[in-house]
Write a protein that binds this ligand. Structure first.
Ligand code: ATP
Ligand code: MG
Length: 176
């Protein structure tokens, strides 16, 4: 990889393909207006790093390696319109291991000098962009067994954006 090229990076939970398929089938049956997110792109962002020099990649990978969080179940059970018309699935309850993972990650990134968005963390999975304001359909509960997180490169391709997994780490099996 060219060591001078800035990379657009983020840490995220990748949506497992079978769940992404179920979610997109439900979304498409609702006839939500707007620009649907491709099924392969469904994810939940943990930390958005923005543009980073490629030579910092190794340090970012090392930074995430020692993080330990139990695997957990995320229940996506509400559909909200956030920001500029993003229709998103959100959990009505944020599981403590998710807050723990994000807290550790943000602290490590801040200590490393990465400037993060100052807005509070809002877990969401974007399904569609440029949707009209107004009431949204009520989704079923989508249960996501979260077992790993990763570092992703966001790349513009002709027809949109593509995410490339650069590294990923397992969450620890819950005790008990
Ligand atoms: P595009 O911007 O081309 O429509 P995208 O938003 O999916 O596509 P990116 O802008 O590279 O791609 O963003 C990658 C991820 O980081 C997405 O989940 C996006 O919502 C999130 N993200 C982008 N900018 C920020 C930000 N300033 N703060 C927090 N999260 C962000
Ligand atoms: Mg964006």
């Amino acid at each position: 990889m060219n060591t001078d090229k800035p990379l657009r990076l983020f840490f995220a939970l990748p949506c497992p393909p079978p769940l992404a398929g179920s979610i997109c089938r439900w979304r498409d049956a609702q006839g939500l207006a707007g620009r649907p997110v491709p099924e392969a792109n469904l994810h939940l962002t943990l930390a958005f790093l923005g543009s980073q020099p490629a030579h910092t990649l190794d340090a970012l990978v090392q930074l995430a390696r020692p993080l330990h969080t139990d695997a957990f179940v995320l229940r996506l059970d509400e559909l909200h319109t956030i920001g500029h018309g993003f229709a998103c699935l959100v959990p009505s309850q944020v599981p403590p291991p998710l807050s723990h993972l994000v807290g550790q990650l943000h602290a490590k990134l801040c200590a490393h000098g990465v400037a993060l968005d100052s807005r509070p963390f809002l877990p969401h999975v974007t399904l569609s962009r440029e949707t009209a304001p107004g009431p949204q359909p009520r989704p079923p509960v989508f249960e996501w067994r979260v077992e790993r997180f990763g570092l992703y490169l966001s790349e513009n391709v002709g027809h949109g954006v593509q995410y490339r997994e650069l590294s990923s780490w397992p969450l620890t099996a819950p005790r008990g």
